[in-house]
Design a protein around this ligand. Structure first.
Ligand code: MBD
Ligand code: FE
Length: 287
């Protein structure tokens, strides 16, 4: 008997610890120095908000101990990236990008992997021969705020498969499945072929799942494509695109849906599946 694992054997603690490891290696905290006045201000205000909640609701020792046990579990399951990206990142993204004139973006989430295969346009994302899901032709143009096409812009895309699993975070999937970097042509145009992802549940068998169950919430995100769009001299755009009619557009657990990010795919006349056009407008790099 063989014991090869499939994506359905994914474990919260495994994907959580992989996301934690990837974050450590990302270099995001390497050159980081937060001034102590700022640390003191923010830590004091967060603690003050906790004190207010405790007093207002007369939080008991049992509840305090439940919290302590849960926080320990978040670390053990490697789920700090998942927890922070699901419940906090959306407001960081909001204040970080409020002066943008170009496209709205949204949160990155925990499952980005840099360095995906570079693909010429029109591209086919790496996928299995029998990859499930409705085929999707996704095309558009990358431009500057003044309308100038951005030749050679990079459209990095990553998304879950039709079962809601991401390559490199669930066993049995090819390394770069449904991940790629499409290079736009001289007019900033790009086209890529993929499959529509399914609505996605965050892992329910780890600490984040315990919170969701204990609170009686749900674990769903609407189906989404993740993107990072970049061109030299321009601000990186991190975004997600969603699908019209998805039942979780209005109750995304990660609060990351914006109306400008909802796609309206149409059935293709010339081939099976759907097609959709969506253009990206990038702000100039900050001076
Ligand atoms: C995801 O796929 C995701 O995009 C976010 C934000 C959180 C958890 C899983
Ligand atoms: Fe995602």
């Amino acid at each position: 008997m063989t014991t090869e694992l499939s994506e359905f054997d994914a474990k919260a603690a495994e994907s959580g610890n992989l996301a934690t490891e990837r974050f450590r290696e990302s270099g995001k905290t390497e050159a980081l120095e937060v001034p102590k006045e700022r640390v003191s201000l923010l830590a004091n205000e967060v603690l003050a908000a906790v004190f207010e909640t405790v007093r207002k609701h007369k939080v008991s020792y049992d509840e305090f101990n439940a919290l302590k046990a849960w926080l320990i579990g978040v670390g053990e399951d490697g789920e700090w990236p998942l927890f922070l990206d699901v419940w906090v990142e959306h407001v960081i993204e909001e204040v970080s990008t409020e002066d943008r004139e170009g496209n709205k973006g949204t949160i990155e989430g925990p499952y980005y992997v840099p360095g995906s295969p570079s693909l010429e346009t029109p591209a086919i994302l790496p996928m299995r021969a029998d990859e499930g899901g409705t085929p999707l032709l996704f095309q558009g143009q990358v431009r500057a705020v003044d309308g100038t096409p951005l030749a050679g812009a990079h459209v990095e895309i990553w998304h879950a498969d039709d079962n809601g699993f991401y390559s490199q975070y669930a066993p049995g999937l090819p390394e770069w499945n449904l991940r790629g970097t499409v290079v736009a042509d001289a007019q900033g145009n790009f086209a890529l072929n993929t499959v529509q992802p399914a609505p996605y549940q965050i892992p329910t068998d780890g600490a984040c799942g315990k919170l969701i169950a204990a609170a009686g919430w749900h674990a769903w995100r609407p189906a989404h494509l993740h993107l990072k769009v970049s061109a030299s001299g321009h601000q990186l755009l991190t975004a997600q695109l969603y699908f019209e009619g998805d039942q979780h557009l209005s109750d995304d657990i990660a609060s990351a849906v914006k109306p400008e990010l909802v796609l309206h795919p149409q059935a293709r006349g010339d081939a099976a599946g759907n097609e959709v056009t969506y253009d990206f407008v990038l702000d100039a790099a900050r001076g």
